[in-house]
Ligand binder design. Structure first.
Ligand SMILES: *Cc1c(COP(=O)(O)O)cnc(C)c1O
Length: 374
């Protein structure tokens, strides 16, 4: 059988040609393609200003700095995400304050937010895990009533919606990733959706060393910015991906539906929320019924991989990493995130997958789990 990865980007021939054209153009770093890509992203996201970055992490860090968040400030986020989400809070000198997830959505539990807000809280960073959007109505109601900024870590949410409205087309600041594993990619890259034009100069300044150029050829620097700019090579990939994004999302939804049809419910696995309208199905993730199995998650992963089926873990609860334990977080602080972090497995899902691939994954998982229940 051919190996099935857990994800794989789909790059069409037009995109490859457009990258070759950039390589031949003599201009490789940020230039005309970056500006074209930013305009296309803005058009896709309802017209709000968008600036590109060389990673989603960079977009998050600049968003925090745009809000003036730093030492002495607290930022609320979920413990169940890629560690970038909390690392950026530390990197600007602020304190990440974790709030447990809702076990149904696996996203930060809006009901628990209020209790975590202190006088030092400045912002909330929600994450749409696997592309299932956090409840924006509840989130923004709480943020508004407490005067907090919302920096959406929508790294996984490109193409997703909240009640039919595109993620990134409304809200405060929205950060999206174009890492190779995301629903659309630039290889590495990301973007930040700004609320209005007035934020553009500072976002651009923080993106490139803090430099501001004047028309007379002069230059001024009053803040140490980062080195966060995207290349035209990457932007050309992004333009090709954006053209296909709607079809990618539609195909992901079809494949997710097929998982629900084919995955054996009697195995006792936890399935994701069956949302086929708003979620972009960045990942299809099951929870293993470890209490009923004679094998560990590691053994399950190994047995799937032995059948050449790619699987992954996204993510262990990050407050249990030694970096965050050193800040006082410990086992037992966020029981839902910890349990999901122990049990979660990402199954293959990407636009080029065939229906038969889904069936093969479901059969393999069923055989392995049934044998392990013994
Ligand atoms: C991918 C991801 C990031 C970081 O994006 P990069 O482009 O890899 O820097 C941040 N948060 C979440 C939830 C992600 O999935």
């Amino acid at each position: 059988m051919t190996p099935l990865p857990f994800t794989r980007p789909s790059i069409d021939e037009d995109t490859i040609q457009s990258v070759a054209a950039v390589l031949r153009s003599g201009w490789l770093t940020g230039g005309p393609k970056v500006r074209e890509f930013e305009a296309a992203l803005s058009a896709y996201l309802g017209g709000r200003p968008v600036r590109s970055f060389n990673s989603g992490t960079a977009a998050l860090e600049v968003a925090l700095r745009l809000c003036g968040i730093g030492a002495g400030d607290e930022v609320i986020t979920t413990p169940l995400s890629w560690v970038a989400t909390a690392n950026v809070i530390l990197n600007v000198g602020a304190k990440p304050v974790f709030v447990d997830v809702d076990p149904a959505t696996r996203n930060i539990d809006p009901e628990r937010l209020q209790a975590a807000i202190t006088p030092a809280t400045r912002a909330i960073i929600p994450v749409d895990l696997a592309g299932l959007p956090v409840d924006r109505d509840q989130l923004y109601a709480i943020a508004r009533s407490s005067g907090l900024r919302v920096i959406e870590d929508a790294a996984q949410s490109m193409g997703a919606c909240w009640r039919g409205q595109r993620i990134g087309s409304f809200g405060d600041l929205i950060c999206i990733s174009f890492h190779a594993n995301k629903n659309m990619t630039t290889g590495e890259g990301g973007c930040l959706v700004l609320a209005d034009e007035s934020q553009i100069p500072l976002a651009e300044k923080l993106r490139l060393q803090g430099v501001v150029r004047s028309p007379d050829g002069g230059m001024e620097v009053d803040v140490a910015g980062g080195k966060f700019n995207l290349t035209d090579i990457a932007a050309a990939i992004g333009l090709g991906q954006l053209r296909q994004l709607e079809s990618f999302t539609a195909r992901r939804r079809e494949l997710a539906r097929r998982y629900f049809e084919r995955f054996d419910r009697t195995l006792g696995c936890g399935l994701p929320v069956a949302n086929f309208t708003d979620s972009n199905w960045h990942m299809f993730q099951i929870l293993l019924p470890l209490g009923r199995l004679r094998i560990s998650r590691g053994e399950f992963l190994e047995r799937m991989r032995a059948r050449e089926i790619g699987v992954g873990v996204h993510y262990p609860a990050m407050h249990l990493f030694s970096l965050y334990r050193a800040m006082g977080y410990k086992q037992g602080d966020f029981p839902h995130a910890e349990k999901i972090g122990r049990e979660i497995v990402t199954l293959p899902l990407f636009p080029a997958m065939q229906d038969a691939d889904v069936d093969r994954v479901c059969v393999a998982a069923a055989e392995i789990l049934r044998e392990a229940q013994g």
